[in-house]
Design a protein. Structure first.
Length: 105
């Protein structure tokens, strides 16, 4: 059976690839933010490191958690939308196949 809706298939693939790239980038960003949070007091001299309101380990941990939550939300949104495309395409293919098999057609 011929494959129809080529652009929808391309969009589905792009959404899945984008979702995985976003997940990888978000996890790397969260990890680097965590490392930077722990290193900020060592890098900034004297009083400057203590003047940051959310600096240090606590700020790094909280910011990393926020980045991870947002990353997971984006990942599941993008990947879920791609899976919705899969479901729509499967329904269309099965409907077309059943219409082809109907007697009298």
């Amino acid at each position: 059976m011929e494959k129809r809706y080529t652009m929808m298939r391309i969009a589905r693939t792009l959404l899945k690839v984008s979702a995985w790239l976003f997940l990888i980038g978000g996890v790397l960003s969260a990890f680097s933010t965590l490392v930077a949070g722990f290193a900020v007091r060592r890098v900034l001299p004297g009083e400057y490191g203590r003047m940051l309101p959310m600096g240090g380990a606590v700020g790094g941990i909280l910011t990393s958690l926020i980045i991870l939550v947002v990353t997971l939300l984006y990942f599941f949104s993008l990947y879920g939308f791609a899976e919705l495309f899969d479901a729509i395409l499967a329904i269309e293919e099965r409907t077309r196949e059943m219409a082809r098999r109907l007697p009298g057609q």
